[in-house]
Write a protein that binds this ligand. Structure first.
Ligand SMILES: Cc1cc2nc3c(=O)[nH]c(=O)nc-3n(C[C@H](O)[C@H](O)[C@H](O)COP(=O)(O)O)c2cc1C
Length: 315
C-alpha cells in the first residue's frame, strides 16, 4: 500500500490533503473523521475582534462563488482560550492562519501564537480585498519580503506564507517570501472579482469586490505552482479548484508537496476524505509506493523552457 506521507520542512503530514483556511472548522468532525486529514487549517484570525464585511458576503456565479467575508472573529485571546483546545483534540498538526494590516501588529500576533498546540503559522498576506501595504502584502515583492522577515523574527514555528494569484509576477513575490524566511509557500488565495446584479444594477456583494473560487481556476493556479516550484527551494502547498484525487496528483507533479481544499468541501462535506481514499487507490493501482515521489515529477525535460521564461516576466 502506498505511503501517503509528505514532509513540509521538519513537519510530516500523514497525507497531502489539507483543508483551506476559511472553508473549514473543527465542527466538520460531525461529518468526517478529522484524524484522517493531512493537517487542520483554522480560519484566518486577527488580533482584535472583527465583525467582518457588510452582507451579502457570498454570491454565486456561473462557475463558482465570489465571497468577501472580511475575516470576522473574536480576536487572539478567544482563539487561544476556546478554539485552539477544540483543534488540539485531534491528531493532525494544527496550522493557524493569521493576518493583520500592520506589520508590527502582525509580528506581535505571530509571537502570541507561539504556543505548544499550534504547529504552524500560516501568514495570510494575500487577502484580496485589502490594501497592498496592509493585509495584501503579497501583491508586491518588497512588502512581502518586509512582512515575512518581521514574522520570521517573531516566531520559531514553521512559517507558511499564503501568496496572491492577483500579483502580476508571483514568482518574484515567492522568491521574496523565501528570502524573508518562509518555510513553505501556500499558492494561492482567491482571485479578486466582481459581480453586478442586473435587477438593481448594484454590486452583488456588500463589500463590492470579492474573491472568486472555482474549479475553473485550477489550471491557472497549477501554472503558478509549476512556475514557482522551478525557482524556489522551499515546499509548496497548492490550493485552487481541487475536487478530485487526480487534481492532487496534478498539483504534486507540478511541484506541490500537498494541497489545500476549500470549495469542494462546501459542495460535499465528505469530499476531503473521499479524495484521500481515491488518492490511495490511484497510487496503488499504478504501483506508486510513495506519494512523495510525485512531487515535481512532471515529465517535461524534453520540452523547451522559453515559454516558462516568457510567462514568468512580470506585468
Ligand atoms: C468562504 C471562504 C472563506 C475564505 N476565508 C479565507 C481565510 O479566512 N483565509 C484564507 O487564507 N483564505 C480564505 N479563503 C480562501 C481559501 O483558503 C482558498 O485559498 C480558496 O478557496 C481556493 O481554494 P478552493 O478552490 O479549493 O476553494 C476563503 C475561501 C472561501 C470560499
Amino acid at each position: 500500500m502506498v505511503d501517503l506521507s509528505v514532509r513540509i520542512g521538519d513537519l510530516t503530514l500523514q497525507n497531502p490533503v489539507t483543508p483551506a483556511s476559511g472553508a473549514f472548522s473543527w465542527e466538520y468532525n460531525d461529518v468526517i473523521d478529522l484524524n484522517r486529514l493531512g493537517g487542520l487549517v483554522a480560519k484566518t484570525i486577527c488580533r482584535e475582534p472583527r465583525l467582518g464585511n457588510p452582507t451579502p458576503r457570498m454570491a454565486e456565479t456561473e462557475a463558482g462563488i465570489i465571497q468577501s467575508i472580511g475575516l470576522p472573529g473574536k480576536g487572539i485571546q478567544y482563539f487561544l482560550d476556546h478554539i485552539v483546545p477544540e483543534y488540539a483534540k485531534f491528531k493532525p498538526p494544527l496550522i493557524v492562519s493569521a493576518s493583520s494590516e500592520d506589520i508590527d501588529e502582525f509580528a506581535l500576533l505571530a509571537s502570541e501564537l507561539d504556543v505548544p498546540d499550534v504547529d504552524v503559522l500560516e501568514a495570510n498576506i494575500s487577502c484580496p480585498t485589502r490594501n497592498t501595504t496592509g493585509g495584501n502584502f503579497a501583491m508586491h515583492e518588497e512588502h512581502t519580503r518586509k512582512v515575512v522577515a518581521a514574522l520570521r523574527a517573531a516566531t520559531k514555528k514553521p512559517l507558511w506564507v499564503k501568496l496572491s494569484p492577483n500579483a502580476g509576477d508571483i514568482v518574484s513575490v515567492a522568491l521574496a517570501a523565501e528570502e524573508g524566511g518562509a518555510d513553505c509557500l501556500v499558492i494561492a488565495n482567491t482571485f479578486l472579482s466582481l459581480k453586478i446584479r442586473t435587477d438593481n444594477f448594484r454590486p452583488a456583494l456588500g463589500n463590492k469586490f470579492g474573491g472568486l473560487v472555482s474549479p475553473a481556476l485550477k489550471p491557472i493556479v497549477l501554472r503558478m505552482v509549476y512556475q514557482v516550484a522551478k525557482q524556489v527551494k522551499i515546499p509548496i502547498i497548492g490550493i485552487g479548484g481541487v475536487t478530485k484525487a487526480e487534481d492532487v496528483v496534478e498539483y504534486m507533479l507540478a511541484g506541490a508537496s500537498a494541497v489545500g481544499i476549500g470549495y469542494a468541501g462546501f459542495r460535499n462535506p465528505t469530499a476531503l476524505v473521499s479524495i484521500i481514499d481515491d488518492l490511495e487507490r490511484w497510487c496503488d493501482e499504478r504501483g506508486i509506493e510513495k506519494v512523495s515521489d510525485l512531487i515535481g515529477a512532471v515529465r517535461d525535460d524534453d520540452m523547451e523552457m522559453d515559454t516558462l521564461a516568457a510567462a514568468s516576466i512580470g506585468v
